[in-house]
Ligand binder design. Structure first.
Ligand code: NAD
Length: 302
């Protein structure tokens, strides 16, 4: 029996491990990325490279995308040589974080075509993408979604959150502001502790046994800050984009975003100081620089 063909565009930190899992699950993958190195890494695992998003969409009915920003998503979906120019495509699954407005915009641009847009951002980082333990939140046409469930279940746990493209993006922004705020406040608190003479490991142990426990204390700080590797795998520039989208959504809906706005400042300053591609865990370095104290594990590299 011939394999089901899937398209995949955007093979970065998240896209590459997700595409790799789909190959392992037995799908035939036709791929595109503007980076030749990203393409070749997946070709080596058995995927077939295409010359453009349109070429991918002329070979696969379902195309998954994992792209950095709303503008790139719009370009890849409906720009020149975009997915909507393909001859075979019926479904786009957008795994990127673009915000509800951009997603609704893409859905509007696709009106009048045979292509359904399933908005499906993911949470769980690069580790979750590799292990297939992501949380996937999807919205859009229910019948199209139902067809996709067997594909998406290879990537993690799938939640259907609503009928309109954009609703899943709202859910994702809610998740990410909680994650970023946890990292921001835990960074400030632990730098304070370090300056007061507390040991980093001790602080983590107490937090995780107590009511201060959160995704930064459980995962990001012990695994990527204490060893001073800063390689969680999510760029601070992309994280700042998610926070901006969340604050903008709060403004649009008339919801105060006071704490989120403060978190946005810290992430923006970190992006300016350490660069767009610095890891999001580098936010603690901004606090450390101002405080003149470091949160370092006993086994940290020099
Ligand atoms: P990334 O920058 O590592 O990967 C993006 C990929 O898109 C790159 O390979 C790049 O070459 C490619 N690309 C850029 N412009 C393109 C174009 N015009 N045509 C084709 N390919 C193009 O980003 P990432 O960390 O993999 O994140 C992807 C999306 O997933 C983002 O929206 C991000 O917010 C979201 N996300 C990331 C994480 C994470 O932990 N990294 C977690 C959840 C969600």
């Amino acid at each position: 029996m011939s394999k089901t063909v899937l398209g995949f565009v955007g093979l970065g930190n998240m896209g590459a491990p997700m595409a790799s899992r789909l190959i392992d699950a037995g799908y035939e993958l036709v791929i595109y990325d503007r980076s030749e190195a990203a393409l070749q890494a997946l070709v080596a695992k058995g995927a077939r490279a295409a010359a453009s998003p349109a070429a991918v969409a002329s070979e696969a009915e379902t195309v998954l995308i994992s792209l950095p920003t709303p503008d790139v998503v719009k370009l890849v979906c409906t720009g020149a040589d975009g997915l909507s120019s393909g001859t075979k495509i019926r479904r786009i699954v957008d795994l990127s974080t673009t915000g509800p407005q951009a997603e609704a915009d893409v859905a509007t641009r696709l009106q009048g075509t045979d292509i359904k847009l399933i908005d499906c951002p993911v949470s769980g980082g690069v580790a979750g993408a590799s292990k297939g333990s992501l949380a996937l939140m999807a919205s859009g046409d229910r019948d199209a979604f139902d067809l996709l469930v067997p594909v998406l279940e290879n990537l993690g746990k799938v939640f259907y959150v609503g009928a309109e493209p954009g609703m899943a993006q709202t859910m994702k922004l809610i998740n990410n502001i909680c994650s970023a705020a946890a990292l921001a406040i835990t960074s400030e608190a632990m730098v304070l502790g370090a300056k007061a003479g507390l040991e980093a490991e001790t602080m983590i142990d107490v937090l995780n046994a107590g009511s201060g426990r959160n995704s930064a204390s459980v995962d990001k700080i012990p695994r990527f800050v204490l060893p001073r590797t800063f390689d969680f795998g999510f760029a601070v520039g992309l994280s700042a984009k998610d926070i901006r989208l969340c604050v903008e959504e709060g403004e649009r809906l008339g919801v105060p975003m006071m704490v989120a706005s403060a978190v946005r400042q810290l992430f923006s300053i970190t992006r300016s100081e350490f660069g767009h591609d610095a890891d999001m865990t580098a936010v603690i370095r901004t606090v450390e620089q101002w405080a003149g104290a470091e949160v370092k594990g006993k086994d940290a590299k020099a």
